[in-house]
Design a protein around this ligand. Structure first.
Ligand SMILES: [Zn+2]
Length: 101
């Protein structure tokens, strides 16, 4: 997927369409991952310890429980008029991603 570096897009601060610069960010970053989720609890840590490895199936491409082969891409946009950032919460799925100048 190719995206131009400057896009004309709606700015919720200026309340109109402005020219905005596209930046890629690593994660959505709106929320911290919870320490109470199953994957980060002490009980799972205990299961992984010692002989035997993980009790859960491997997440690999092609396996029955195959993992996705695409990455989630998160973008943020900087307004050229007010200088504020705004971003889309939902990531875009794509194998390749490029910002064209
Ligand atoms: Zn703006």
């Amino acid at each position: 997927m190719k995206v131009p570096q400057h896009i004309k897009r709606y700015c919720p601060v200026c309340k109109k369409h402005t020219l905005q610069k596209v930046e890629r960010i690593k994660t959505s970053g709106r929320r911290k991952t919870s320490s109470l989720k199953a994957g980060s609890r002490y009980r799972l840590e205990k299961l992984h310890k010692g002989y035997g490895g993980s009790p859960y199936p491997k997440m690999e491409h092609g396996s029955k429980y195959g993992a996705k082969t695409t990455q989630k891409i998160f973008l943020r946009f900087k307004c050229s008029e007010c200088g504020k950032y705004n971003q889309i919460d939902k990531g875009i799925r794509a194998k390749k991603f490029e910002i064209i100048k």
